[in-house]
Design a protein around this ligand. Sequence first.
Ligand SMILES: [Zn+2]
Length: 392
Amino acid sequence: MSMKLQKNYNFFRKCYSKEVPFFHVIDVSDSVLFLMEVGALDPYQQQVKIGIDDGQEKLKICLSIIPLPGDSKNIVNSVKRVFIVGIAAGVPEKNENLRKMLGLIKIQDVDCVVTVDIKLALMLVGKQSAGCTYICIYCNGKAPYDDHDQESNTLGFLVENNRKYVTAGSILKDSRDFQNVVDQPLLTGHAPDVKIIQIIIPPELHLMLGVVSKIMKALEDLVGKQFILDFLQEIGVTPNKKWGSALNGNQTRRLLNQVGKLKLGLQDRGVYSGMPFLETLQRFNKVVQSCFGQEREDGFKESIEKFSESYRCLGISITPKVHIVMDHLVEFFELRPESTAGLGYYSEQAFEAIHYDFLKFEEHCSVSKDHKDYRMKMMAIVQQYNSLHMGC
Ligand SMILES: [Zn+2]
């Protein structure tokens, strides 16, 4: 970008709401137009992606403009292409806070997709948190997810359920009668008949971690924790805590690629009851290979079917993440027939990487958040961070 443009553009303007201490751009659609102009981008060839995530005690709303799928040489998920359009320190992830924040940046004016983790997705659609009956963000189904009549959630369906819930007196214990939609959905700016899966992208990293964690935990119950830990050590994976939160994306991919070794280990011990779990993991690996990358492959549908069939035979519960893989990924891709992009194209990972990336800048903010100069300093830091990402 030209120096003049950089100097003149106030990308991150100071704004402060009494209820929510929140720095943000005044109008995110202006930010999108500006970034398109700076990068000399054709608006018809770009996809706007919004990410929301809490990390390092700051709730951030981020923006990324990525080229439409097809240019495989383009590394679209780099954190260097992410801009912070809103940041709030010490603000809990709650529906009401997100409502204010998203309203202040005027997100309804931007044609975008959203990548968030499941917890935030539930807030965006107005549902209760984990543990509620109708926990799927994408459909009206519920565990054990064996009802084939489940229908896709549309924005209008969720809004209507919330309206009925409020009319009935907002009684929390009765929320399941209203699909657990206890808050107004926050995804404004879309038509009522738009399906949620057209707006909120299935989060590939969280899905992969969730599915593998569930199967490995069941296997651990069969073969014992030490056997699993020994195997992980053998393949160079060191979990920090218990399954799920411990393994990162790379470790999980390594595990998936080494399941053959685990099979041999079980054979040596004569624990054949564990084999179906490993077979299911290998089938899941095929799913990951066929549609979790930048491009999806032709056989992805068959891979999902084979994985689903295998998983259902394990006799373990179908978690919401497993359900999304089984019942919603095909729907997601079929709604985008013109695109060959895999889930990795839309990945939430760059938005999550921003917390650590931004932390390096934040260290230059020498005052505490109660200091009178904090807002000004923080604003300058965010502005500098965004400026450095222009043209990347
Ligand atoms: Zn569902």
